[in-house]
Design a binder for this molecule. Structure first.
Ligand SMILES: [Zn+2]
Length: 160
């Protein structure tokens, strides 16, 4: 195990705006810009507009885009041991800067704060979940049990 595990600070951070860098491909998605923000699909842009209205109406307290969650921290490996990313030298063989392996993140579409303080992490999907997503979802659930992950597939059906 990486010795540092998951630091609270690295677990959740938000990044407003920008393009969607979700792990999943939005098949046949049409990039759409709203309020100067580029969304990878019309559904995602529509959901953004719904959320703006929800916020104005007080249904939700706030929302932000593209919350990122670390599912696996980056690490180094040498001599059959996992070492922290900042390892300068393998304690076993002395090799400098052992090979670094990138970690893995889950980037959702929205982070919503409810009036009661509850947090909902939302992903807008236009198609059936892929095995890759199911795997990420499972790990996300395991690592962040305090958060609710909501998959929105039918944006138009959401009432205002
Ligand atoms: Zn080594």
């Amino acid at each position: 195990m990486p010795e540092d595990g998951r630091g609270v600070d690295s677990r959740i951070y938000e990044r407003a705006g920008g393009g969607c860098v979700n792990f999943n491909q939005h098949h046949h998605a049409i990039p759409t810009t709203v309020d100067g923000i580029k969304f990878t699909s019309k559904k995602e842009a529509a959901r953004y507009q719904y959320l703006k209205q929800f916020k104005a109406a007080g249904v939700i307290s706030d929302f932000s885009m593209q919350p990122r969650y670390v599912l696996l921290e980056g690490y180094r490996k040498c001599c059959h041991r996992i070492l922290s990313p900042d390892t300068k030298k393998c304690p076993s063989c002395g090799m400098k800067r052992p090979k670094f392996h990138h970690g893995e993140e889950y980037v959702a579409d929205f982070l919503i704060t409810m009036p009661d303080g509850g947090i909902i992490v939302e992903d807008v999907k236009g198609h059936i979940k892929t095995p890759l997503f199911n795997s990420k979802w499972k790990r996300f659930e395991y690592l962040f049990p305090e958060l609710s992950l909501s998959i929105v597939t039918n944006v138009k059906a959401v009432p205002i």
